[in-house]
Design a protein around this ligand. Structure first.
Ligand code: FAD
Length: 417
């Protein structure tokens, strides 16, 4: 087993999983996990769902209790930040002045919300959502606020809209594209989401952009759109995507393009340094080997497990876990497996009108992505199928009686991260 010193920058979903997998895999050397956060490592998905809705408290967010770190001899440096990487000395310097030497250094620095560069975006009452502090601030504001405007109809924007509607707020979501979640979801699923929100009273303004935010007595009060309309707003949430935290890697001379560039084994050009999770840009076999960056719990966890295994001596030639994702809005759970092609072909199993259906998406006639609503068995079968070479064609999947579960019984294997 390895006695190497491992330093991990960032203790989110990816960094924590890496530390845990190293120890459970038998790693004997020192592990330093540097966390910019004061909180114990926590999961972010509930921040826009159960935590914001008040269904769970902060303890329910923590990924591990305090005792875990002492038990596993993982040195967690809380509320400290790596400010410099010295690749010649193979060491990092923390804001506190501590210097840590490494044999392996792993960037798990995540991402931060993108700002919308419009006048007024820095007014009090305008927020983004990434951490516990953001969610707590939003909760306090929601307690007294009237109308809420959310900019961006992506996952986080629509999840927030669902929680705010359930709390009785007047909610408007503004989206620049023609349909919600257009970059990732099929038109069929986008329409379903649109209907769900419309039925529950979310006002969704599509193909509209925000041009300015206006204040009253120093707080945000109105959102101005490109057609000149001004919407009243007590709270504005900017949910317009994230940017990877890759500046530290760039300053260390590593290649950075939409995240920290890594190879198929998630290593940078410096073989001692890797990057995982939201900050990593990697070649994906599920996207024709294109360089992509994914923002999901699955990606963070599986990449962490892969790098832990590599540090422990595995020679698996590439990371190729099937990407999957979920979103929860009102009482509807949507699950996705695989990555869609831009010019895909599609067929639908089940009936959208019943709220239980799956959209099968094909690239060059071969299945590469499945979106499911209320059909968890389809989702699990899709993950198995997409991990294998045996995939149904559009023709096969269009035959009467076709099911993903029956097809998956053909022996596909789950991900070997
Ligand atoms: P992060 O969780 O961002 O962790 C990175 C950590 O590194 C941060 O704490 C950061 O402060 C720290 N850091 C950065 N630089 C330094 C430094 N120099 N020194 C020390 N520390 C540093 N995914 C899903 O799959 N399903 C969902 O339903 C879902 N919902 C979401 C809802 C919300 C509100 C958000 C914000 C995200 C959601 N996601 C969801 C995405 C998912 O949470 C992320 O993909 C995942 O957390 C990424 O993990 P990570 O470890 O790569 O990054």
């Amino acid at each position: 087993m390895s006695n190497d010193a491992v330093v991990i920058i960032g203790a989110g979903q990816a960094g924590l999983q890496l530390a845990a997998s190293l120890r459970s895999g038998g790693h004997k050397g020192p592990i330093d996990l540097v966390s910019a956060e004061l909180h114990l490592p926590y999961q972010r998905p509930p921040l826009s769902k159960d935590y914001l809705a008040g269904a769970i408290d902060v303890d329910g967010l923590h990924l591990r209790r305090d005792a875990f770190f002492a038990d596993k001899q993982i040195r967690l440096h809380r509320a400290d930040v790596v400010v410099a990487v010295d690749r010649t000395r193979t060491s990092v310097r923390l804001q506190s002045g501590t210097e840590l030497r490494y044999d392996h250094l792993v960037f798990a620095t995540g991402a931060r919300p993108r700002n919308l560069p419009v006048p007024g975006s820095d007014l009090p009452g305008v927020l983004t959502l990434r951490g516990i502090g953001d969610a707590d601030k939003l909760t306090r504001l929601l307690d007294t606020a009237g109308p809420i405007v959310i900019v961006g109809a992506g996952f986080i924007g629509l999840e927030l809209a669902a929680v705010a509607r359930a709390r009785g707020h007047e909610v408007t979501v503004i989206e620049g594209l023609e349909r919600p979640m257009a970059r990732v979801l099929s038109p069929e699923l986008s329409n379903h989401i649109k209907t769900i929100h419309a039925e529950r009273g979310t006002q969704l303004l599509l193909a509209r952009t925000v041009t300015a935010l206006h204040d009253r007595l120093g707080r945000v009060a109105e959102v101005e759109l490109d057609n000149g309309v001004r919407l009243p707003a007590d709270v504005v949430v900017m949910a317009v995507g994230v940017v990877p935290n890759d500046e530290l890697a760039a300053a260390a001379g590593l290649s950075v393009t939409n995240g920290i560039v890594v190879d198929e084994r998630l290593a940078t050009s410096d073989h001692r340094i890797s990057a995982i999770g939201d900050c990593a840009c990697f070649p994906s076999s599920h996207a024709d080997d294109r360089m992509i960056r994914l923002e999901s719990v699955q990606n963070a966890g599986d990449q962490a497990k892969f790098v832990a295994a590599r540090i422990l001596g595995s020679d698996t030639p590439r990371y190729d876990c099937v990407p999957w994702f979920w979103t929860h809005q009102f009482d509807v759970k949507v699950q996705m497996a695989g990555l869609p092609a831009s010019d895909d072909q599609r067929t639908v199993l089940g009936d959208p009108a019943t709220g239980s259906f799956s959209v099968l998406r094909f690239d060059d006639g071969v299945l590469n992505c499945v979106e499911s609503v209320g059909r968890p068995a389809d989702h699990m079968a899709a993950r198995k199928i997409l991990a294998s070479r045996a995939r149904p064609t559009l023709e096969t999947a269009s035959e009467p009686g076709f099911t993903l579960q029956a097809f998956a019984k053909g022996g596909a294997q789950p991900c070997a991260a």
